[in-house]
Design a protein around this ligand. Sequence first.
Ligand SMILES: *Cc1c(COP(=O)(O)O)cnc(C)c1O
Length: 368
Amino acid sequence: MNERLERLSNLPLRDNLKGLAPYGAPQIDVPIQLNVNENTHPLPAEVLEAIGIEVAVAATGLNRYPDREFTELRTRLAGYLGHGLTAENIWAGNGSNEVLQQILQAFGGPGRTVMGFPPTYSMYPLLASGTDTTYVAGIREADFQLSAAEAARQVREVGPDIVFLCSPNNPTGTALRLDVVEAVYAAGMASNTVVIVDEAYAEFAHNGTASALTLLPGRERLIVSRTMSKAFALAGARLGYLAAAPEVTDALRLVRLPYHLSAVTQATANAALKHVGALLANVEAIKGQRDRIVDELTRMGLKPASSDSNFVFFGGLKDPQAIWSGLLEAGVIIRDVGIPGHLRVTAGTEPETTAFLTRLEELLASGL
Ligand SMILES: *Cc1c(COP(=O)(O)O)cnc(C)c1O
């Protein structure tokens, strides 16, 4: 054990943190970064200018605490989502990861259970552990699909306090049908279960894919979470949010830190939301590159999953680690999500996608 690790192990760390390494994909400075599902397009000039102006105005008030209720931001987020939602239905945090953590702080905790369906977002079990909530892994079918009847059966059996449904799912990319959400919510009635549908990638779904936002009326324990990190190209701004019944936002007010959204964050998000059209202009291009990756990988004999997101999960690889390293040598970083035979790649700009596909085909041709 090195000296630093030994010093760490001498601290009175909580038992469920002992031996852990901090979570996070490698941040390696290579030209083509397709490993964390960012929007790789630069922000449009008009959005950059608007953020600069609004943040400069906010800076003049930085001696004061920000609006603790971030009312303007909640109103703008409600307007963006539509579906008859108002500011009363909206809550936000520093990334949807923080929002998800607040949900676990409010509805999870010691003696309580949260259920997810792996392979899914790897933060769910970590957030569970961090809040001392027991994580129960549900089971998907062999092709990673989840049917309404199966999901409902498992929720009825476990009776969890909270269920995470990720749609489109990370890392597989596929959206859930709404009948799965409806069936899981109905199955959780007996156990008073809070159901979270994590729609971080909703804007990239194929046309006609319905959002769980349409299911909110009459379901007071349903929560739909979203983020500005992916489609909005604002991963660095750290702004995630949710829509739910007003009493859910009241529950989250009990666990949020006062003034958790800085004035700079609020100004950045408000400025961006005045330019939604320009911000989302690249979404169609990214979906085009995503579909191109699926087609090309299929042509190469690999097995890409159907994707409603800005990334593609693909199998059929003999040696994923060697492919990952071979791409990195060429300046392209993608993600090894630890599933045998599989890797995940973010759809970038057209030149970035071309660089990835060209290098991958070379590696496959070399026998990997
Ligand atoms: C990227 C991602 C998030 C968003 O994280 P932020 O904290 O908003 O940046 C949430 N859920 C899933 C499934 C994701 O992939």
